[in-house]
Ligand binder design. Structure first.
Ligand SMILES: [Zn+2]
Ligand SMILES: [Zn+2]
Length: 688
C-alpha cells in the first residue's frame, strides 16, 4: 500500500474489463468489507477531477465521482476506510462495533461515503438505501416517540397556553379548513420559505409545500398543522400582532416542526412527498456491494435558501423536534440526537449530536452552564448567526428573533434590542466584516440596526465605558448606572425598551480619511525597537477608511476603520470628523488583571457620528449614531508565542510620522500611556 501520492498519471485510462478499470479492480474491496480490518492507510490515490471520474468508462470510477466533488478538483485525494459507526454514531468508544459496516471516503472534504459490504454480512450500523419516492414515516415516528420517552430533560420547552385566536389547519377535514385550536392541541408546525411566488394566501388553494406538509402531518399521526400565512388572520392587525409575538412559543410547543429546506419557494414542495429525492448509486464488484451514503444533510441545509432567511432561525431553534426535508432524504433532529434517513443505526446507539454545524439549529449545551460567561458566549454566537441571515422586511429584525431572545431569558441571558447584556453592559463591541446597510427604526448600536454579518470575538475583559438607558432628549445621564436586567420593558426584549444609550467614557476626536495605498506599500514590514531588543513584523495594508491616533509627539498609528455602512459617493476625497469612544483597552498583562499595567496599549473604539437631534436645548440635543469600529493596536509583542498566535496582528495598521504623516518603517513604542489618552475627555454621549 502506498502512503505517498503517486504522480498524476495512473492506470484508470487503460481499457476497462467488465466496465471496471485496472485500478478499481486492484482495490482489495473484500478486505475493506472485512469487519476486522482496521487499516488507516489509503487504498487508492485519486487525482482525476469530478468531471473526469463522472465521464469515465469505469463504473466504479463513476461511483467515486459522487463523493469526490468539484471542490476537490486539482487535489490528489486518498481513499480511506472507516467503520460506519465512527461516522454515524459519534461516540465510538461506547459502541459494540461488531455489527457495523465499513465504508470508504476521501477524508474530511469527502462529499459523502461509500459503504463496502459482503452480501452475507449482518449489519446493524450502516448505510441504507432510501426510497426516492417515499419517506419512511415509521422510522421518523420511532424517533419522535423515543425522544418523548427518553429526552424529557433535554428536548423540552417551557409550556405555554396559545393566545386566544390560535388557529390550525384541520388536516383530517376533507376541505382542510382552518379551525380554532382545540384545548391541548397537538400540532405540527411548518417552517418554509415563501419565496417569490405570487400566489395570494387567500386564494383558497394551498401551495405545494403546504399540501405536502398536510400529508406529513397525517402520516406522523397528527391532525393539526400550523402555517403562519394561513393560520394568522392577515386582515386583523390585532390578531396578527398577538400571533407574531407568540411565534416563538408556537414553534416551541409543536409536536414536530416540518422544515422545508429544499427549493427556493413554496411551490417546490417536500422531496419524498410530491417529488422524488436523489437516488443513491450502488455497484457490485467481485461479489462486494458498494452503496453510496449521502453527505450529511446538514451541508445541504446550510446552503439552502431556507437557512439564509431570518425568520427560520428561531423557527428551527425553538422547535424541540424537527423533520428536515432535503433532496437527500429526511433528517430527524431533536436537541439530543439526529438521524439522516440513509443512516442505518438503532436509535439507542445514537448518543449525541455530531458536528459543530448542527449548533446552528439547536440550543448550545453551554446555555445550561452554571456560569454566565459561557451562556453569554453561546447567546452571542446566536446573534452572529442571525446577522448572517436576510429579511424581506427590515422592520421584522426584532420580531423574527424575539422568540429566541425570550428563550435566552429563561436561561438567565438578557438582551436589549437584540444586544446581549453582560455584567450590566450591552455587548456592543461587535464589528462588521463588510459594510452593511442601516435598518431604520433600530438603534445603530444594536446588531439589529444593520443588515450584514457581524463578528464578535471577545466580550470578556476590560470594558472602560459606563452606560445608562434613556431618551434622546434627556440630559446625558453620566456615571455608573448599570442596566438592570430585570427592568420592565427590558425583560420583554421588545420594542418598548429604551433605544438610546447614554455612554460615558474616554472620547477622542478623530478624522476619518480614505487612503489608497501604493502597491509597494501594501505589503509592509515594520521594525520595532524595544527595550528587550528589536523585532520585525510583516503585515498587509488594504485601501479604505483610516483613522489616526497619536501615540507620541513623533509617531501616530494609522488604523483601518471597520465601517458599519457603505460610504456614499465622494468618500474618497472627503474627510469625516467622528468621535471615538473607548470601549476596551488592553495592556501587556490583560490576561492577569491583578498585575494590570494601567497604561493603555491597545484600544478598541466605537466610531460615532453626530446626527441632528431634537428636543431640549443645549449640547445634548445632538445625538450620535454608531458608524463603525476601530481597533488601535500598538502593543509591540515581545513574546514569541504571541507573534505566532497573532500573525495578522497588525493587518491594516501602520505607523506614521507625527509631523509629516509619512509611513514609518522603524518604530519605537514609548512607555506609558499613548498621547491620545491625554487628550481624551471623560464625557457622556447619547447614542441612538
Ligand atoms: Zn475505475
Ligand atoms: Zn429528543
Amino acid at each position: 500500500m502506498t502512503s505517498t501520492p503517486p504522480s498524476m498519471s495512473h492506470s484508470s485510462s487503460s481499457t476497462p474489463t467488465n466496465n471496471i478499470c485496472d485500478r478499481c479492480q486492484g482495490v482489495p474491496w473484500d478486505l475493506i468489507a472485512d469487519p476486522k480490518q482496521t487499516s488507516t492507510d489509503p487504498y487508492l490515490w485519486v487525482s482525476e477531477s469530478h468531471g473526469q471520474l463522472k465521464s469515465s468508462s469505469c463504473r466504479i470510477c463513476r461511483l467515486l465521482a459522487n463523493i469526490k466533488s468539484p471542490s476537490l478538483d486539482g487535489k490528489i485525494c486518498p481513499l480511506l476506510s472507516q467503520r460506519t459507526c465512527w461516522i454515524q454514531c459519534r461516540s465510538k468508544w461506547i459502541l459494540d462495533i461488531s455489527q457495523s459496516s465499513n465504508l470508504v471516503h476521501f477524508g474530511d472534504e469527502s462529499r459523502g461515503t461509500i459503504e463496502v459490504s459482503r452480501p452475507d454480512q449482518i449489519i446493524n450500523i450502516g448505510i441504507q438505501r432510501i426510497d426516492p419516492e417515499h419517506v419512511s414515516f415509521k422510522r421518523l415516528q420511532d424517533c419522535v416517540s423515543y425522544c418523548r420517552q427518553n429526552h424529557s430533560r433535554v428536548c423540552i420547552r417551557p409550556t405555554f397556553q396559545p393566545a386566544s385566536g390560535f388557529r390550525v389547519i384541520n388536516c383530517t377535514d376533507p376541505a382542510q379548513r382552518i379551525v380554532p385550536a382545540p384545548p391541548e392541541c397537538k400540532y405540527a408546525a411548518l417552517s418554509y420559505v415563501w419565496g417569490n411566488t405570487t400566489r395570494s394566501c387567500s386564494s383558497g388553494v394551498y401551495p405545494q409545500v403546504i399540501v405536502d406538509a398536510i400529508n406529513v402531518t397525517l402520516s406522523m399521526g397528527l391532525q393539526y398543522l400550523w402555517v403562519d400565512r394561513h393560520c394568522i388572520d392577515q386582515n386583523n392587525a390585532m390578531d396578527k400582532h398577538n400571533q407574531i409575538s407568540q411565534m416563538g412559543n408556537i414553534y416551541a410547543n409543536s409536536e414536530i416542526t416540518i422544515i422545508a429546506s429544499a427549493g427556493t419557494d413554496a411551490t417546490y414542495g417536500l422531496p419524498g412527498i410530491s417529488r422524488p429525492r436523489k437516488q443513491q448509486s450502488g455497484e457490485v464488484i467481485n461479489g462486494i456491494s458498494l452503496l453510496e451514503g449521502f453527505p450529511h444533510p446538514v451541508h445541504a441545509v446550510k446552503e439552502s435558501a431556507w437557512a439564509r432567511r431570518g425568520w427560520t432561525y428561531q423557527e428551527a431553534f425553538l422547535s424541540p423536534r424537527r423533520l428536515v426535508f432535503t433532496d437527500y432524504g429526511v433528517w430527524y433532529l431533536c436537541d439530543k440526537i439526529c438521524l439522516a434517513e440513509h443512516e442505518k443505526v438503532p436509535i439507542t446507539k445514537i448518543s449525541s449530536l455530531p458536528t459543530f454545524e448542527i449548533r446552528t439549529f439547536t440550543p448550545h449545551p453551554d446555555l445550561d452552564d452554571r456560569y454566565v460567561a459561557p451562556r453569554t458566549r453561546a447567546a452571542n454566537d446566536m446573534i452572529v448567526e442571525y446577522s448572517r441571515r436576510e429579511l424581506r422586511y427590515a422592520s421584522d429584525a426584532l420580531d423574527a428573533m424575539l422568540g429566541v431572545l425570550q428563550f435566552l431569558e429563561t436561561k438567565g441571558v438578557y438582551s436589549i434590542w437584540g444586544t446581549v447584556i453582560y455584567e450590566e453592559r450591552p455587548v456592543i463591541n461587535w464589528q462588521h466584516k463588510h459594510p452593511g446597510k442601516r435598518r431604520p427604526g433600530f438603534p445603530s448600536w444594536s446588531p439589529l440596526g444593520w443588515e450584514g454579518p457581524i463578528k464578535l470575538e471577545n466580550f470578556l475583559g476590560y470594558n472602560d465605558f459606563e452606560v445608562a438607558l434613556g431618551e434622546k432628549s434627556e440630559t446625558p445621564l453620566p456615571g455608573q448606572n448599570p442596566i438592570s436586567t430585570t427592568a420592565a420593558g427590558l425583560a420583554k426584549g421588545g420594542k418598548d425598551a429604551p433605544r438610546f444609550l447614554h455612554l460615558t467614557g474616554y472620547v477622542v476626536d478623530l478624522l476619518l480619511e480614505n487612503i489608497q495605498w501604493a502597491d509597494s506599500r501594501k505589503s509592509h514590514q515594520t521594525t520595532f525597537h524595544l527595550a528587550a531588543g528589536e523585532y520585525k513584523h510583516n503585515h498587509t495594508l488594504s485601501d479604505g477608511t483610516y483613522a489616526s491616533l497619536r501615540i507620541s509627539p513623533e509617531t501616530s498609528v494609522l488604523a483601518k476603520a471597520k465601517l458599519d455602512g457603505a460610504e456614499g459617493p465622494g468618500a474618497s476625497t472627503r474627510t469625516r470628523p467622528v468621535l471615538g469612544l473607548l470601549l476596551r483597552r488592553y495592556s501587556d498583562d490583560a490576561y492577569y488583571p491583578h498585575l494590570m499595567d494601567p497604561t493603555v496599549k491597545n484600544a478598541d473604539f466605537l466610531l460615532l457620528e453626530r446626527r441632528q437631534g431634537g428636543g431640549g436645548s443645549g449640547a445634548w440635543c445632538w445625538y450620535y449614531e454608531r458608524i463603525g469600529y476601530l481597533e488601535c493596536k500598538i502593543r509591540a509583542q515581545e513574546e514569541e508565542q504571541q507573534q505566532e498566535r497573532e500573525k495578522d496582528y497588525l493587518q491594516d495598521t501602520v505607523f506614521v510620522d507625527g509631523v509629516s504623516g509619512d509611513v514609518l518603517d522603524d518604530v519605537s513604542i514609548p512607555r506609558g500611556d499613548p498621547l491620545w489618552r491625554e487628550g481624551a475627555g471623560w464625557r457622556t454621549v447619547v447614542v441612538g
